[in-house]
Write a protein that binds this ligand. Structure first.
Ligand SMILES: C[S@@+](CC[C@H](N)C(=O)[O-])C[C@H]1O[C@@H](n2cnc3c(N)ncnc32)[C@H](O)[C@@H]1O
Length: 403
């Protein structure tokens, strides 16, 4: 495919997404019906689509669209988003919008007139943050606001967790390099690697198949490092989902590990992943956590806005609403209360989110401490995207009495 044809494919996929279709589904459908597209074409089209989703507001404004705050086609089109992308990259649209081959049709007069104007972008538009969220986002990020907004406009790094049950970091690096995957240690966690070359080869690599490494963001690993784990503990991963945190917990100490999720089907791949990693995890039925209680440590990796991982999943940034955020906050506080009941005397309740919003993080912990006695905050820490990881938060609470 020519560069122009890749842009046209991205335009068509973006139009479907603006009409309400999920991005992954549309990319897969396009790849299926475009047998002529090679792996480099598919990667380039994917990048165009995801770049536009990360920068939806600013690309729409630069491309001659109206004010955009959500993913829909009311105020912009795939074509305007791609024109905005070219403008942001400093590429002359006429070089690609020629109407030749399978590329986009040539610019019309209205488009030329729109592109001749220099739009005045507000800070929220320039940094691609939804308008309603801007006050909360600014307050939560503080001095890191500009850098965090910019980081969310860029592609996410690829991080690995070296499985501590297998090789040491040096050996893992060598084995990855022998398969054309180059990586370097990441400072956020002692098990973390940052992939610098060959990321697309990972899923089919032997290092991955044999469980030497897992795909996991460095901050996600750092969350587990922040927990006071010791051999012999009974540990419950209360919101286990796909089990990324469960596997990282099991790799750190010889623990008796239980995994639970309200939506049990989310844990369906966990047994296979645990086997590949050489660890044992006992899956519990939804709400059947009491039979094995109390636990020395309960981790709640709570459902959240996902604001810390919006560069990986940028549709989330535009699909979140104030009422959804309010509901998420209510769920988070309910989860904290449910999980607190399962913690042994002197045990630990750990609360984590992949969010950078204060209402989902420290405020949840402060509210928990205000409504319950017998708990003490031992530590909390937040990671922001501009630090080279996903945005994350973890608080470690210890039970010091009965509430
Ligand atoms: C952030 S995800 C967990 C990600 C997972 N820990 C990982 O590392 O891959 C949050 C999970 O919480 C689950 N969840 C939502 N409400 C819950 C509840 N009341 N009790 C337990 N799990 C819940 C969701 O189904 C979802 O899988």
């Amino acid at each position: 495919m020519t560069p122009a044809a890749r842009r046209q494919a991205a335009i068509e996929i973006l139009d479907q997404i603006l009409a309400g279709e999920p991005a992954e589904k549309q990319l897969t459908a396009w790849a299926r019906r475009s047998r002529f597209a090679g792996s480099k074409d598919r990667a380039a089209v994917r990048d165009h689509v995801f770049d536009a989703l990360r920068c939806l507001r600013s690309f729409a404004a630069l491309g001659g669209g109206g004010r955009v705050d959500v993913i829909d086609h009311t105020n912009t089109t795939g074509r305007q988003l791609m024109l905005g992308a070219l403008r942001a990259e400093g590429v002359e649209p006429d070089t690609l919008f020629t109407g030749e081959g399978h590329g986009p049709s040539a610019l019309n007069d209205d488009e030329r007139a729109a592109l001749a104007r220099v739009p005045e972008l507000s800070d929220a538009e320039r940094l691609d943050i939804p308008q309603w969220l801007w006050p909360l986002f600014s307050e939560s990020l503080g001095d890191g606001l500009e850098a965090a907004g910019r980081a969310l406009q860029s592609r996410a790094p690829v991080h690995l967790r070296v499985n501590r049950r297998h090789p040491d970091q040096t050996e893992a690096l060598a084995r990855l390099a022998s398969e054309g995957i180059l990586a370097e240690p990441h400072p956020a966690a002692d098990t973390a690697l940052n992939v610098t070359e060959g990321a697309r080869k990972l899923r089919n690599s032997l290092a991955y198949a044999h469980g030497l490494v897992e795909l996991q963001d460095a901050a996600s690993q750092a969350v587990i490092e922040a927990l006071p784990l010791a051999d012999g503990m009974r540990v419950l991963d209360y919101c286990a989902g796909g089990g990324g945190k469960s596997l990282a917990l099991a790799a750190r100490a010889k623990i008796d590990l239980y995994a639970h999720d309200i939506a049990a089907q989310r844990m369906k791949d966990l047994p296979v992943r645990a086997e590949r990693a050489g660890v044992k995890v006992t899956l519990l039925e939804p709400r059947k956590t009491g039979a094995k209680a109390p636990y020395d440590l309960v981790l709640c990796d709570a459902p959240c806005s996902g604001s810390g991982s919006w560069r990986r999943a940028p549709e989330g940034k535009w699909r979140l609403s104030q009422s959804q955020l309010d509901t998420l906050c209510q769920t988070q506080s309910a989860i904290l209360d449910e999980a607190a009941e399962l913690v042994a005397d002197g045990g630990v309740l750990a609360y984590a989110t992949c969010s950078m919003l204060s209402v989902e993080n420290r405020k949840q912990v402060d509210d928990f401490l205000a409504r319950r006695s017998g708990w003490q905050l031992q530590s909390d820490h937040g990671w922001q995207v501009q630090g080279g990881t996903d945005g994350f938060y973890v608080a470690v609470l210890r039970r010091i009495g009965n509430d």
